[in-house]
Write a protein that binds this ligand. Sequence first.
Ligand SMILES: C[S@@+](CC[C@H](N)C(=O)[O-])C[C@H]1O[C@@H](n2cnc3c(N)ncnc32)[C@H](O)[C@@H]1O
Length: 300
Amino acid sequence: MPQPPRKRPNFQGGKKPWEAKDSRGPGKGPFPPRSGPKPAARKGGGHGQEQGWDQVAGWYDKLVGDKGSDYHRNVILPAALRLLAPGAGEKVLDLCCGQGVLVPLLLEAKVAGVTAVDASPRLIESAKRRFENEKRVNFLVADACAPGPWADGSHDAAACIMAVHDVPDLPAMAKQTAAALKPGGRFVAIFMHPCFRIPQQSHWGWDEGRKLQFRRVDRYAVPQEIPIVTHPGQGGGDTTTFYHRPVGQVLTAFGQAGLGVTVCEELFSHRRSQPGPRAKGENRAVQEFPVFMAILCEKK
Ligand SMILES: C[S@@+](CC[C@H](N)C(=O)[O-])C[C@H]1O[C@@H](n2cnc3c(N)ncnc32)[C@H](O)[C@@H]1O
C-alpha cells in the first residue's frame, strides 16, 4: 500500500487540528489528534498498542467526559444506539472503547454483559474507574487487530465507534470482529466520513460570488497515514495516526470478513452558524456534506 511521506502538518493560524475551521469543519472537533509514532509492537510484526492514544489519554478522557463530546452526544451515540439496538440480556462487544463512552448506554439497555476492548492501558484505566462497581463489564487492554479472548463467537452485537480510521490493519480488525459475533450478530461502525473528512486533505471554502460554502477535497483515492499533532503550539506534542482509506476499501474490509452491510447512513453535524452574512451558506453546507458514516452489518 503506498504511503505518503510523513511530514509535520501545517495547521493554519497555529490552531489545533480539531479547531481549524477549514480542515475539520466549523468549531471544535470532537476527536483528538490522531497518529504519530506507530505502535511499538508493530516493529516486531504485530500491531501492538497504539502508543499515540495512550499518550493523549488524559486529554481525550477530559474531552469526552462522562457523557461524550458534543458530537458524541448529539450525533454519534444516538445513531449508534438506534442502529445497534442493544437488547436486554444480550452480550455486546465495544471495540476500541476508549474511556468507555458507549458503555452507559449499553447498560441502560439492560444488556447482560459488555466486553470493552482498547489498546490504550490508560484509557482502559479511566473506563474501569468510571464503572468500578459494574459487574457486567469486562475491560480488556488488547489490540483489536490481533486475535484475542473476545473473538470467541459469543457476542450478539458489536460496535466500533470513531476508531475505524485509528487502526492500522482494518481487514484484520474486521476479521476479529466477525470472530467475536454469533451467526446473525450485528455490528455497527461509525467513523469519519471517508469522502469528506480527510484530515489535512479536505477543507471548507467560501465562494463569495455564489455566497456558498463548499467542501474541497484535495486527495481521496490513495490510502494515507496522516499524522496529527496534539499540541502543535507546544514544541511538537504528542501524535496519533489517522488511517485514511477510500470508502470502497472500508466496506470491502468488512464484507470480506463476513460482515455484510445492511444499512449505510451518512451523519450530519448538528451545529449551526451564528446569524451573519455567511450563515445561510454555511448552514446549507453542513446539511449537504456529512461528517460521519455509519454502517450496520450482519454476520453471515
Ligand atoms: C477516537 S478514539 C475513540 C474511542 C471511543 N470509541 C470513543 O468514541 O470515544 C480511538 C480509540 O481507538 C483505540 N485504538 C486505536 N488503535 C487500536 C487498536 N489497534 N486496538 C484497539 N484499540 C485501538 C485508541 O486507543 C482509542 O481509544
